[in-house]
Write a protein that binds this ligand. Sequence first.
Ligand code: PRX
Length: 640
Amino acid sequence: MLQRILSLEEYRTAYKNSLEHSEHFWADVADNFLWKKKWDKVFSGGFEKADYKWYEGGKLNITENCIDRHLKLRGNKTAIIWEPNNPTEKNRIISYNELHAEVCRLSNALEKLGVQKGDTVCIYMPMIPELTYAMLACARIGAIHSIVFGGFSAQSIADRIQDAECKWMITADGCYRGEKQLHLKKIVDEALENCPSIQKSIVFNRSDFPVSMKDGRDVWAYELLKDCSTEHVSKEMDAEDPLFILYTSGSTGKPKGVLHTTAGYMVFAAYTFLNVFQYKPEQIYWCTADIGWITGHSYIVYGPLLNGATTTMYEGVPQFPDWGRWWNVIDKYKVNIFYTAPTAIRSLEAQGLKYLEGKNLSSLRVLGSVGEPINEEAWEWYNKNIGKGKCPIVDTWWQTETGGILISPLAGITPLKPSYATLPLPGVEPILVDANGIEIQELIAEGNLCIRKSWPGQARTVYKDHERFIQTYFKTYPGKYFTGDGCRRDENGFYRITGRTDDVIKVSGHRIGTAEVENAINEDPSVVESAVVGYSHEIKGQAIMAFVILKSEAALKIKLNSESEFLIQKEIAGTVSRIIGPIAKPEKIFFVSGLPKTRSGKIMRRILRKIAEEEFDKVGDISTLLNPEVVEEIKNLVSK
Ligand code: PRX
């Protein structure tokens, strides 16, 4: 098994070694896995053409490393604890033996259906163990999973299916989230109307909602699984064979299908999980993310299972049946490592301490944070009230594209500083560059965060659009990977991520592109044009503010009847929800007569961002705008 870094001194040695003898370092880490054949070359390629490869020539199957290798010593150990939405429903405890049987059964079923190595499979599932089986079964037979978060709309699913040319769909009839019932199958049916590439849709049964099954396309999973064996010989995969696609938002255009490959991702997810959380055998680990996001991929499923850990999956929401639910879950399973997002921490903090009463959190050893900057106040609250001052908080910085954590404290090993992600993991070399792309040599500095050299978990491409991949990540600062984040470095060399420097917004930790939201708003029949920016929000970190120019009929309606304003705002929010999903709904919508534009017609979002933050004195020079007069109008609207 992998070895943990056990002291600050070891961290320093490992870090130095990882930079000086990078290939040696990563070969040593990779040596701890099951390979059907060892690699010929640890690393090749570079950033210029983004043609880097890790462990080339190696042959393996990631699910053998996640499951099979543990069976002999830990077959009866719990792999997954599943906690249902409703606390009165029975939970499920799944051992490594059971996980093996279920994944094998589904692998056989998928193969029986005709799913082949290299096929893309769209998965739209609730947080139930079958979601894990589905992704692992894909990986076992060499199919590429593309998981779509359960909060996305039919159109978002269809866009992703079309882009990845998925042949297969795996879903469920429905699910429960808090008081809500979500009819997933209905949403998928709507999506599949525009997805002729889908040959079969496999439906797991989670709810008692009535569903209609389309002849020749839809199959119940239980029917398919009935006669399938619980043994399966995994496919031999090349190290660089694709493992999964995960769509994520960027500054421009539609979400990108970020592609991760097998061996590098595996090595990196396992290595980072073990070291950051300092996971010890027999500990109970819980990450509250949804598997539909990268955090769920790497740190609910792959990272923990690769280490033979017990990972917890919770189906519901933090406030159901009340805001004490998470503390109950920690108490119930004696969770040792707890990993969540700053938005959740702030929401829980806002409830006061009454929900903590009577909850025994003494099992906790390590706390984690991910997805957005954590403010000092939330950090202190988490530390004092949840960790009782005894649990290190690992503020883990990373991205969908990085596959795993790049900058973070190692729990109990390296020092902490509130709101700082602190130090890079061994093998990761962050640098700060100024606006001209010149590397900032001073220790204390602020700039754009780049990474100097590849690491095994790095995304390999944007699915079917390598040029976009190169343009997005490697062209802004040639020779470096550009993260899109702004960052500060202190006198100790600790890094503090200050947030995105591009048109990406992190709403409650969810990544949303302004262009996507604008495109959705512009589809509304009342709208001529729109501009969207992020602004600071007390709980969500950031929220979405939209400035919208209405068609004359809609504008007239508002003039005649002020109530129409609210109705049209609602309608636009509904349009965004229908096209993207509820997570992308603007928090505030202002109707304006114009948008600040340059003479060449470019919307000046920089100005709108300052106005949205009510930093009116920082709007800067507007004299060169095409329409400087709208700035005053917009300021007045926002400050009302
Ligand atoms: O802006 C950074 C922020 O989340 C972005 C990546 O988003 P996504 O691909 O959805 O992955 C989220 C889960 C890894 C980053 O560019 N971010 C992530 N973690 C942190 C963070 N910002 C500050 N501190 C963090 N710990």
